[in-house]
Design a protein around this ligand. Structure first.
Ligand code: NAI
Ligand code: MG
Length: 540
């Protein structure tokens, strides 16, 4: 009972839901296990178009390994088309550039409303394509998208510049201007959430964008393209009515090219977006390996770059913690989303005084983790995204065995259909083991023992990564001192994965550059311009 209550508390604490969650019975009624795939083409200039040359590729259902559908496969030429559309939408005097700031906010509110309207469908499509449990898509991913867009919707008319007290006879002020055409590349672990993290700040600041969806998971993004088209009309129409006659309005082609959404691979399609000279900024979420390549390419053109990359986040459990909470949260920190989280709490450091009990309880919890059909209400863990990812995880598990870590549960593929991996727990992991250093991105928990605060802080910081960290303790002083000492962009104390849109997210060290969500993200989508005028006389 307690663990059931805690599980619920974990999810609520973690992702801070803003929309109601569903009871099992009503949830079952909503589940469409075979949602229709309605959009498979590229969304360029507000139209769904085939890839030039007509090529398509297959989308695989990770639960079964079967083909769901085929989608248009964007090439370098398609990227060129999409960039032209975004560039044109950003030209001086365009509808987009002339729109009132509040109009951009209205557009985001409307898009959030449409996502809310289609929440059950989008959640089902996300589960079909990505394999995450429907109850998570429905109760976590889609509501989070809605709150992120509503958060950003409030910003456009609040991004003030400043009047500056320059010396001499001058008048000077700053303006925050959109960076321009932005290329955004997202991965497959949170297809809808990361799409909305990218749409929010680019629309709020007035940029235009080309979003490259991950090749594995384009389905919800392409459906959202349709919603963007639908959302585009009302706010612009209202604003234009103020200034134009109705015949002029009919002729206007609303919001063409403001957001373009394509599916395609990384090395060709993604890379051509990164290299394109008319793209002023790249926002990338994905592996550190690809992030480094993108960083180098962008540097050649001094292109603005934000990178949200990998992690190996330490989760420190002190002896004075609430042990029930720490066990459940540590489990959630690692296993949520099939372990496919950049900020997964994947090095669990436990105080030697409670180590044995923590390990025993965590093993029991891991054994109870229900793996299976993501559309079943009782399922906690669905498949990994691909055969490739499953193999990578199994290889890392093998290295854990070989290095001498103690495998206490799991360790194998689950079943022989789809890409499932058993919930796995290693105890007595040493800092130099591969499983303690490399991102596994799967349902594999590493438990390490520590003795003192100084020691654990040093070990926690001994990583190339620095995305997130967490602490479980009831001691306020310890919570503050240790969280200050940890080299990570997010530190959670007695909680995990709190993704409120208000809070910035991003990494220290090789976990990335810049911050997503929150007002901090707006800086990386805008340029600061300083205008200085000579005047005849300045007085104080
Ligand atoms: P990836 O980094 O290769 O793919 C992420 C995105 O980057 C995709 O849209 C992909 O098409 C694109 N991409 C790949 N190569 C590119 C290039 N040269 N230029 C431009 N775009 C490119 O990640 P992948 O291969 O799917 O997963 C490998 C590992 O990366 C995972 O095992 C995991 O450790 C990590 N990863 C981290 C994520 C995060 O949230 N930070 C998300 C996904 C994967
Ligand atoms: Mg890759």
């Amino acid at each position: 009972m307690l663990s059931k209550l805690l599980s619920k508390q974990v999810v609520n604490q973690g992702l801070r839901l803003t929309t109601r969650t569903l009871s099992t019975a009503s949830q079952q009624k909503l589940v469409d296990r075979k949602p229709d795939v309605k959009y498979q083409k590229l969304f360029i200039n507000n139209e769904f178009v085939d890839a030039l040359g007509g090529s398509t590729y297959e989308i695989i259902n990770p639960t079964t390994g079967d083909v769901i559908t085929e989608v248009a496969d964007a090439s370098e030429k398609d990227i060129d088309r999409a960039v032209k559309a975004a560039k044109d939408a950003f030209r001086l005097g365009s509808e987009w550039r002339r729109m009132d700031p509040a109009g951009r906010g209205a557009l985001l509110y409307r898009l959030a409303d449409l996502i809310e309207r289609d929440r059950a469908y989008l959640a089902a499509l996300e589960t079909l394509n990505n394999g995450k449990p429907f109850k998570d898509s429905y109760n976590i991913d889609i509501p989070h998208c809605i709150s992120v867009l509503r958060y950003y919707a409030g910003w456009p008319d609040k991004m003030n510049g400043k009047v500056l007290p320059l010396g001499g006879d001058f008048f000077s002020y700053t303006r925050r201007e959109p960076i321009g055409v932005v290329g955004q590349i997202i991965p497959w672990n949170f297809p809808m959430i990361l799409l909305c993290w990218k749409i929010g700040p680019s629309v709020a600041t007035g940029c235009t964008s080309i979003i490259k969806l991950d090749e594995h998971t384009p389905l919800t993004g392409l459906y959202t393209a349709k919603l963007i088209e639908e959302a585009g009309f009302p706010p612009v129409r209202i604003l234009l009515l103020k200034r134009k006659t109705s015949s002029q309005i009919e002729k206007s082609i609303f919001l063409q090219g403001v957001i373009n959404i394509v599916a395609g691979d990384g090395p060709h399609c993604g890379a051509s977006l990164v290299k394109h000279p008319d793209v002023h900024k790249i926002a990338f979420t994905g592996s550190t390996q690809v992030g480094k390549i993108i960083g180098v390419e962008c540097a050649k053109q001094v292109k603005r770059t934000t990178l949200e990359l990998g992690g190996k986040s330490p989760n420190i459990v002190f002896a004075d913690c609430d042990l029930d909470l720490a066990v459940e949260m540590s489990h959630f920190a690692l296993f949520f989303n099939q372990g496919q989280c950049c900020c997964a709490g994947s090095r669990t450091y436990v105080d030697e005084k409670i180590y044995d009990e923590f390990v025993q309880r965590s093993v029991e919890r891991t054994k109870r983790r229900k793996v299976g059909d993501p559309f079943d209400d009782s399922t906690e863990q669905g498949p990994q995204i691909s055969h490739e990812q499953m193999d990578k995880i199994l290889d890392l598990i093998e290295s854990g065995r070989r290095n001498g870590a103690k495998l206490l549960t799991g360790g194998e593929r689950h079943g022989d259909k789809g890409f499932f991996v058993q919930p796995t727990l290693f105890a007595d992991v040493q800092d130099n083991h591969r499983i303690a250093r490399e991102e596994i991105f799967g349902p594999v928990m590493q438990v390490l023992k520590f003795k003192s605060i100084e020691e654990v802080v040093e070990r926690a910081n001994d990583s190339d990564y620095g995305l997130a960290a967490s602490i479980f303790t009831k001691d306020l002083d310890k919570a503050i001192v240790v969280s200050n000492a940890l080299r990570a962009g997010s530190v959670w104390v007695n909680t995990y994965d709190n993704f409120d849109p208000v809070a910035p997210f991003g990494g220290f060290k090789q976990s990335g550059l810049g911050r997503e969500k929150s007002e901090y993200s707006l800086d990386s989508y805008s340029e600061t311009k300083c205008v200085t005028m000579k005047i005849s006389e300045r007085n104080s």
